[in-house]
Design a protein around this ligand. Sequence first.
Ligand code: ZN
Length: 232
Amino acid sequence: MSNSFHTNEEAFDLGDCPVHNRPFECFSLDSLKLICPSCLMFGPHKGENVCTIEEAGKIARERLNEAARQGLLKVDKTESVLLDIRQTKLTCEESKVRVMREVEETFTKLIKKLKERKNVILKQVEDHFNEQLDEIQTQEQRWIEKQELSVELLKFAKSNNEANLVKNGRHIIQAIECINEPLNFHVAKILNTVDLNLKTIEKKKDLNPDEFNRILETYGQKGDIVNVNYRC
Ligand SMILES: [Zn+2]
């Protein structure tokens, strides 16, 4: 059976203690909650200062009246504090959006510039090597043709068919001249490295994003080129 608290002829059902299933019979002044006799005698609230439920009601009423007298319950009082809190919250949210946008924009610019620069460098390296490879391949092709001519001439040399030699005389003589051309040296320019150091950053303490972007425009210069001579 539940206990009831009577004020102004109204009865409030206070319920039972969920731990002991007994009606709440007093109010703990230490824990500031309703407790049952078992709580007070054996339970977690053993030995606490208590008062009757009626007294607890009076205490709460007195505290409320006191707060009202002090003006604590006026809406204005909390309103101005809330205004302050909300203004701070707004400032906080605005700053968050602004700073995140700045970071996003700055990195987007830097990443774009880095990607552009990377493509330029890769293109330069590729062009450089392709130019060298083209020249080497041209020479290779020339020498494949000379080799084929040698094989052909060897066949002529081994044949007994003089008439055939005469018929092909012009070709044979030109082929011999071709094979007999003096040897040359060509130079292949081998790019050894691209300088990927960012030395400027270390020297300067502050480097704003625009300066960083400018540095990236010339970042990654071609490094050493080694000349390799080859006969052809
Ligand atoms: Zn209890």
